[in-house]
Design a protein around this ligand. Structure first.
Ligand SMILES: *[C@@H]1O[C@H](CO)[C@@H](O)[C@H](O)[C@H]1NC(C)=O
Ligand SMILES: *[C@@H]1O[C@H](CO)[C@@H](O)[C@H](O)[C@H]1NC(C)=O
Ligand SMILES: *[C@@H]1O[C@H](CO)[C@@H](O)[C@H](O)[C@H]1NC(C)=O
Length: 286
């Protein structure tokens, strides 16, 4: 009886860790291809500020307008165009999570009746955007892309990175203009978050176990009082570090293993004491 809660906690911790680890490795090994949030509309969206470029034609043609599926809004254009003076243009996307881009989809654009598109481009990736740009093939390798303004896919075999740059090499039309969508997979759970979750999970289980033990002790003390045996139980507030974990709820898991019956006793003057003792952390129930 005394050892059961211990095993219970340990088992749950192990299961929790295994499930999390499995999810992690499945994500990396599987590389389930999805649109990464450049295209609109999409399941997710890369913030505008994460799309940048070497130059822009003017403020209506900024990098974040270069999303496939985007519509003109007022003077805001539906493509990214580089400045005419830019001899080495590029559009860059930053990913918060380590990302493997497998497919680049590109489109041209109709600017006031003139179709413009990018015939070829080079691709580079980096983790810090400052140095260490790794080119797909080489900096002069041209990946052949559009032959008209309609969508064309180019498949890559690059490694994981936080930044990707597409460097248009040849273009048709007056300006270098394009819209893009990126497909690939993301390592959505950075190591820091992973360690945090495991630690938090452990603290939650530990706290719950302590709370249960406390409630049990007090219940028996109360029973003794009711039997006429004088026994004073002084309720102690939990130490601050314990109540700090209260907000970390993991879905339905929070009620697993709770000794408290699902049907709460009615709140009356006579059972108030018991209720408070069963629920030492009242904010847990709200
Ligand atoms: C970025 O970092 C990851 C993980 O450390 C590494 O595998 C990858 O090769 C790096 N990418 C680049 C472009 O340096
Ligand atoms: C992509 O991978 C294939 C085989 O793994 C290799 O032959 C090819 O050179 C790679 N392409 C680039 C541009 O790195
Ligand atoms: C490009 O590839 C993506 C992902 O596989 C796909 O959803 C999209 O329809 C493709 N686009 C074109 C023009 O083939």
């Amino acid at each position: 009886m005394e050892h059961e809660p211990n095993r219970n906690v340990l088992t749950r911790l192990i299961v929790f860790t295994m499930v999390t680890l499995f999810g992690q490795s499945a994500n990396i090994a599987g590389c389930r291809i999805e649109e990464l949030g450049v295209k609109v509309p999409s399941r997710q969206r890369i913030p505008d500020k994460y799309m940048t470029s070497s130059t822009r034609l003017n403020k209506n043609y900024q990098a974040f307008r270069g999303r496939i599926g985007i519509k003109r809004i007022g003077s805001l254009a539906d493509a990214w165009c580089s400045s005419e003076a830019d001899s080495a243009p590029y559009i860059q996307v930053y990913f918060e999570f380590l990302t493997k881009v497998k497919v680049i989809e590109s489109e041209g654009v109709d600017v006031d009746g003139n179709n413009m598109w990018v015939r070829s481009y080079a691709v580079s990736t980096s983790n810090d955007s400052v140095g260490g740009w790794m080119y797909h093939g080489s900096s002069v390798a041209q990946l052949w892309a559009n032959t008209d303004i309609h969508g064309t896919n180019v498949t890559l075999n690059d490694s994981w990175a936080h930044f990707i740059r597409i460097h248009p090499k040849q273009h048709i039309g007056k300006w270098t203009c394009m819209r893009i969508a990126l497909y690939g997979c993301q390592n959505a759970l950075p190591a820091v978050v992973f360690i945090f979750i495991v630690t938090a999970g452990f603290m939650c289980l530990f706290r719950r176990y302590r709370a249960r033990r406390k409630a049990e002790t007090k219940q028996s003390a109360l029973a003794e009082t009711n039997n006429g045996i004088k026994s004073i139980v002084i309720y102690e507030d939990p130490p601050p570090y314990e109540s700090q974990t209260v907000s970390l709820h993991f879905g339905n898991d929070i009620n697993l293993g709770r000794e408290i019956p699902s049907e709460m006793p009615a709140f009356t003057e006579s059972n108030k004491v018991i209720r408070n003792m069963l629920l030492p952390f009242k904010d847990d129930r709200t």
